[in-house]
Design a protein around this ligand. Structure first.
Ligand SMILES: NC(=O)CC[C@H](N)C(=O)O
Length: 263
């Protein structure tokens, strides 16, 4: 059974219908059982009966959850699969020491990944392949990523370069559209690696800080940063965009893997 955790400012808020209910529907469609608990009900531990936890998003600027230090400790000590969506990613990252900073973004991002992780096991046919992100992916996977000084971020990479996130050549890079709505985003904790990235590293636009009306690159926000992160050893993920809005396949993969013991 999967635990779906509601991070909204209070139990049964209106935001539940926007951020939690869609996740419930995806899990139900997969044929898995689930419970929903508000984060205030987790009381220091996650019951053993759950195979995994999905921490859902919250409304823009609903950031009360981040003040719950006992929640952070619970997440850090939990050793089963976890996926945190947006606000949930902030919880996952904070639990492992990542810093959350202000960065507002509302709209679509180009998200690119190389299928080096089980969570990408079943990629829908409509998701296209792209080679552009390989060099930066390699730099990030090696832990050299610095958003301000990244050399790969400014270097041209051949679209034919099919290196995967570990720098192995021959693995395809895929691209899809992710929907983001957040006022903050977390930095990547030390024990985590990036699995997917947004933005266009060849785009010279200045980061806008506040995006939405200032998108370039054909309507996509140009800022470049990790969109999916994962703990190096545990199946603990953070996703910045909202896969329950578009890209439900990622939640399905996670649910099937955690219910089937596939991690
Ligand atoms: N959609 C979300 O989960 C947003 C998370 C948080 N409330 C923020 O504004 O950053």
């Amino acid at each position: 059974m999967i635990l779906i955790a509601d991070l909204c400012y209070r139990k049964d808020s209106l935001s539940y219908y926007e951020y939690v209910n869609p996740v419930c529907e995806i899990i139900e469609d997969c044929g898995f059982e689930y419970d929903v608990l508000h984060y205030s009900e987790l009381s220091g531990e996650i019951p053993e009966k759950y195979s995994s936890v999905i921490f859902c998003g919250t409304a823009l600027k609903d950031n009360l959850f981040i003040e719950d230090s006992s929640l952070m400790q619970t997440v850090r000590e939990y050793d089963k699969p976890v996926i945190g969506i947006c606000a949930g990613m902030q919880v996952v990252a904070s639990a492992y020491g990542g810093e959350v900073r202000d960065l507002k973004k509302i709209g679509m991002s180009r998200v690119r990944f190389s299928p080096t992780d089980p969570v990408f096991c079943d990629i829908p046919e409509e998701i296209i392949r792209s080679g552009e992100v390989a060099a930066l992916a390699k730099e990030m996977a090696e832990g050299n990523y610095d958003e301000n000084t990244s050399s790969a971020a400014s270097e041209n990479c051949s679209p034919e370069d099919n290196s995967d996130l570990s720098g192995n050549s021959g693995s395809p890079v895929y691209e899809f559209e992710g929907y983001e709505v957040h006022s903050r985003m977390p930095g990547m904790p030390d024990d985590f690696i990036p699995l997917a990235f947004s933005g266009d590293r060849n785009d010279s636009s200045e980061p806008s800080g506040i995006s939405g009306s200032s998108f370039s690159s054909g309507g996509f926000c140009p800022e470049f940063y990790p969109e999916i992160i994962r703990h190096r050893e545990k199946p603990v993920y953070g996703i910045l965009f909202h896969p329950e809005v578009r890209n439900v396949w990622i939640i399905r993969n996670f649910a099937r893997l955690s219910e089937g013991g596939g991690f």
